[in-house]
Design a protein around this ligand. Structure first.
Ligand code: OKP
Ligand code: ZN
Length: 342
């Protein structure tokens, strides 16, 4: 399987995040991608393709221009104001306030373009996110050139980043960027399957009104699980996108069998949509040992995930999302890919 690895991912490096009112070591750390990359190499799956640089054309169809402009310059602005370490937002335009007027104040702009304070923005965040988007665009190009599958290994992840906001460790939505690129390269319909533990609220936000990109997500019930404010089953899409959004929330602690039952429902819906290409938001934080998630998949369950995805018989681009703090994430990603290839 062709592998597109972002060698610049380590530019995004946060010392800590806030968790239950305390500074704790950041869960989303560079070792994550290194573990996965090493495991992929070890398994002989690393048919490495260097990422090609791409301009902003596709990014501008997924994110707004003011958001991209903000993100590109955010850390420099923060540093010029005397900021040290990572920048965190602290104030948001909540209901009844105005998000249509962009303040000039940096802290205010941080809030305007984010939805949580759990996503440290560091000196190298833009570099890592933007080169990650190049990896996603390279993956889409490989599929268009006839590859049956490819995998994008990058971080920070992307599926929580929406049209004009960051959050949940995510800044640019790599899976959405890949899906848009596949559309632009001639796929009439693209499906995105999000198997990360957390709902892909950013991806849903980006495609909610569109009938050309189907989004299906299996995730912890937002009543108790992050990102809390999106991901319910009654969110089915809007206008041209009506019927093209499928949320399959499961209670925290749901069994492996419940999870695979949801995957069958999602797969069936994707089959009915008849996509020309599939993008998988591949989070392996569904693993029983994940420190911030509450599903129970074991190492031996991950090949079944890949096998089920392969049965959709569609050109498939895997894009790395979550999976935290345990080296097993490398083996779990490999297991999905091997199950797919089998
Ligand atoms: C990103 B992805 C832990 C609290 C949760 C946000 C989780 C983002 C998950 N400190 N913080 O979907 O894996
Ligand atoms: Zn996740």
């Amino acid at each position: 399987m062709k592998t597109i690895y972002n060698a610049a991912h380590g530019a995004h490096r946060a010392e800590y995040e806030f968790f239950r009112g305390e500074k704790v070591p950041a869960f989303e750390k560079p070792e994550r991608a290194d573990w996965v990359h090493a495991a992929v190499q070890r398994a002989g799956l690393g048919d490495a393709v260097p990422p090609q640089a791409h301009d902003d054309t596709v990014l501008l169809k997924v994110h707004t221009e003011p958001y991209l402009d903000f993100l590109r310059g955010a850390y420099e602005t923060f540093a010029a104001l005397g900021g040290v370490g990572a920048a965190f937002p602290s104030v948001w335009p909540i209901r009844g306030m105005r998000a249509d007027r962009e303040p000039t104040n940096f802290a205010a702009r941080m809030g305007r373009y984010s939805f949580d304070s759990g996503s440290p923005l560091t000196a190298g965040t833009w570099l890592a996110a933007r080169t990650g988007a190049n990896c996603a665009l390279t993956g889409a190009a490989l599929l268009s050139a006839g590859e049956r599958s490819a995998v994008v290994l990058t971080r920070p992840p992307g599926h929580h980043a929406g049209r004009d906001f960051f959050g949940g460790y995510c800044f640019l939505n790599n899976a959405a960027i890949a899906a848009q690129a596949l559309r632009d390269r001639g796929c009439a319909r693209v499906a995105i399957l999000d198997v990360d533990y957390h709902h892909g609220n950013g991806t849903q936000d980006i495609f909610y009104d569109r009938g050309d990109v189907f989004f299906a997500s299996i995730h912890g019930d937002p009543l108790t699980e992050y990102p809390f404010f999106l991901g319910h089953a009654d969110e089915t899409g809007r206008s041209a996108g009506e019927g093209c959004n499928l949320n399959l929330p499961l209670p925290a602690g749901a069994s492996v069998e419940q999870w695979f039952a949801a995957l069958r429902v999602g797969s069936e819906a994707i089959r009915r949509f008849r996509p020309d290409a599939l993008v998988v938001s591949l989070g392996v934080d569904t693993f029983e040992g994940d420190p911030i998630s509450h599903f129970q998949l074991r190492v031996s369950d991950f090949p079944r995930v890949g096998h089920a995805i392969a049965s959709l018989a569609c050109p498939t681009l895997f894009v790395l999302e979550g999976g935290y703090a345990v080296q097993e994430i490398g083996g779990n990603v490999v297991a999905v890919l091997q199950g797919f290839l089998r």
